[in-house]
Design a protein around this ligand. Structure first.
Ligand code: GTP
Ligand code: MG
Length: 587
């Protein structure tokens, strides 16, 4: 187990038109590298004999997939094999158009690729689309396998014709294969062994081409990136440590490194890398599952991206320019909600603008399109509902890729080419800087929460000008205070006439709101429940407040003209339900 962890590993996607021989080639590779489970080959051969079917290496793969599929939820099938040099994970992307969907997610974890082409059929529609997607995902040096050489009599001239056709298409999309290898999946020619039937071919076998792929070392040389999959709490009394868990996408981390979480901008030092039950020595690198504890307690959650403070930070924002491939039955269009997944983050997203649409097979481009239909590629602007952390595709392969979900289905995928400013970029910059400079005290948030029996919250009470929002806010403060809670009421105006006096005379409402949000942030950090009344806040006001304060610490209440007592009771109930007020009987 330990040895397997430290061996280098390469993720490889195998692509190509339907029936061009992908499964056969994988089956052969598994068998010839001795990576099949014991007796598997014999069992399948016996099964084929009993059922008077010719044996197919492709069956082998299907049988393995069925076994592997149990208990793991993955969007496309993965097969593992190893050579003396390293471990491989092959992602089998089936050839049918309907299955193209799998390929976007399959390929989104891969850093190398094989493109399989039937020697007799040559380049087909999906060979081209797959080539296009590889280019889009930044896999620019696949190996091309011209398969079924037996069907063209192992002929060099025929091979050259298909190879040339393939190369000229790939060149147009910026893909430059390292090798074009004539193979026969059926008989195993040029897979693990050099074929004696094609002496005219002087290049490597598939296995040696694989071992020659630049390893994911490029990922090791990039800045550290680890999407947070989970945060576990220690259960022991008084132990406020948390374990941050995820898979390293690039770079490396070791104990003592300073880390930054994005988009929140919170930071801490790595106390220890964990490898239960013992702390782990050394560094963790790309592909490794990592778990670590922090030197001081910061509140972070799944979806954030961990980077190192001494390296280039990821970008944080809500708008970017992307190139994507669309596979949805419904076209991709503006004013519709999608979910964007990048790293471990999932956020609501919308198509803001289409720059151009490209037919992935003919490469014809079209401007002025109103939507992107199935099997089309597009350059477009996307906008997310909350800030996400990402890299540009040229900077970091894994963190520059995303998928788009329409309803419950993954319907598209692509890469981020350019970050664009949004309405609150100016606030975010200040918040990130504030978080980086923030001095942490010896009193962890959780210690305050235990002592005060509450979690800090901002209760924003808004309503029309003639509503009873101030009465409700004051009555709520009194009720919570009477119940022994640590609570403070602040009218928005009370804060601003003092703290923002320098800008009050001018007209800088946005800065007013930002300063208020920063004050609220400090008060919340001290463990209090802060109740604020404010007349109608605009969408932009909310965006500014949410940029400065964790959204899950904000409870927004809209007060109409109904009874104050009712409103207070309802808010208290809501605070209890959201876990802000904890039980007074304990301790
Ligand atoms: P999908 O998963 O359906 O996209 O197909 P695939 O690309 O995985 O192809 P698969 O390996 O299932 O092979 C398709 C057919 O081609 C099978 O009947 C194979 O036996 C046959 N085949 C694969 N490789 C060769 C080869 O080198 N020569 C010949 N003659 N047939 C082959
Ligand atoms: Mg197959």
């Amino acid at each position: 187990m330990i040895a397997a962890k430290t061996r280098p590993r390469l993720h490889l996607v195998i692509t190509g038109h339907v029936d061009h021989g992908k499964s056969t080639i994988i089956g052969r590779l598994l068998s010839e590298t001795g990576c099949l489970p014991q007796g598997k080959l014999e069992r399948i051969r016996a099964y084929c004999e009993r059922n008077a079917k010719p044996f197919e290496y492709a069956f082998l793969l299907d049988a393995l997939k069925d076994e592997q599929a149990q208990g793991i939820t993955i969007e496309s099938s993965r097969v593992h094999f190893m050579t003396a040099k390293r471990d491989y994970v092959i992602i089998d992307a089936p050839g049918h158009i309907e299955f193209l969907r799998n390929m976007v997610t399959g390929a989104s974890q891969a850093s190398a690729a094989l493109l399989v082409i039937d020697a007799k059929e040559g380049m087909r529609e999906n060979s081209r689309r797959h080539g296009y997607i590889l280019s889009l995902l930044g896999i620019r040096r696949p190996a091309v396998l011209i398969n079924k050489m037996d069907l063209i009599g192992y002929d060099e001239g025929e091979f050259r014709r298909v190879a040339k056709d393939c190369n000229s298409f790939l060149k147009r999309v910026g893909v430059h294969p390292d090798h074009v290898i004539p193979v026969c999946g059926l008989h195993g020619d040029n897979l693990a062994q050099t074929s004696t039937r094609m002496r005219w071919y002087r290049g490597p076998t598939v296995l040696s081409a694989l071992d020659g792929f630049a390893p994911e070392a490029s990922a090791a040389d990039q800045p550290f990136r680890m999407p947070v999959q989970d945060v576990y709490k220690f259960t022991a009394e008084g132990d406020t440590r948390r374990i941050i868990v995820g898979t390293v996408e690039s770079g490396s981390l070791s104990a003592g490194d300073e880390v930054v979480f994005s988009p929140s901008g919170k930071s801490s030092g790595v106390r220890a890398l964990e490898d239960f039950p013992r702390p782990r020595r050394g560094r963790v690198g790309p592909g490794a599952a990592a778990a670590f504890t922090l030197a001081d307690q910061v509140y972070v959650k799944r979806g954030e991206l961990v980077s190192r403070r001494d390296e280039k930070s990821p970008r944080v924002g809500t708008r970017f320019e992307a190139s994507l491939f669309w596979l949805g039955r419904e076209p991709l269009k503006p004013a519709k909600d999608y979910v964007l997944k990048i790293g471990s983050a999932r956020v609501a997203a919308r198509l803001e603008k289409i720059l151009q649409v490209v037919d992935a097979s003919s490469l014809a481009a079209r401007r002025g399109a109103k939507s992107v239909t199935c099997n089309e590629a597009a350059d477009c602007l996307l906008r997310t509902s909350q800030a996400v952390a990402f890299d540009l595709t040229g900077e970091n392969v894994a963190m520059g890729r995303f998928v788009l979900v329409d309803g419950f289905e993954i319907s598209g995928g692509g890469v981020i080419r350019k970050a664009l400013p949004d309405a609150v970029s100016w606030v975010r910059e200040k918040v990130l800087r504030r978080n980086l400079k923030w001095q942490k005290s010896f009193i962890a948030q959780e210690m305050r929460a235990q002592r005060y029996r509450q979690k800090p919250a901002l209760v924003l009470i808004t309503g029309p000008r003639d509503s009873k929002r101030k009465e409700v806010a004051k009555a709520l403060e009194a009720a919570l205070f009477d119940a022994g809670r640590h609570v403070y009421y602040l009218g928005l105006g009370s804060a601003l006439y003092g703290v923002a006096a320098d800008i009050r005379d001018g007209d800088n409402h946005r800065e007013d709101i930002r300063r208020f949000a920063e004050m609220a942030h400090i008060i919340l950090d001290s463990g209090l429940i802060l109740i604020v009344s404010a007349a109608e806040l605009t969408q932009e006001d909310f965006s500014i407040i949410k940029t400065a304060i964790d959204e899950d610490r904000i409870e927004t209440v809209w007060v109409g003209r109904k009874g104050v007592r009712q409103a207070v009771a309802a808010i208290q109930e809501r605070l209890r339900a959201r876990g802000f007020l904890t039980n007074r009987s304990q301790g």
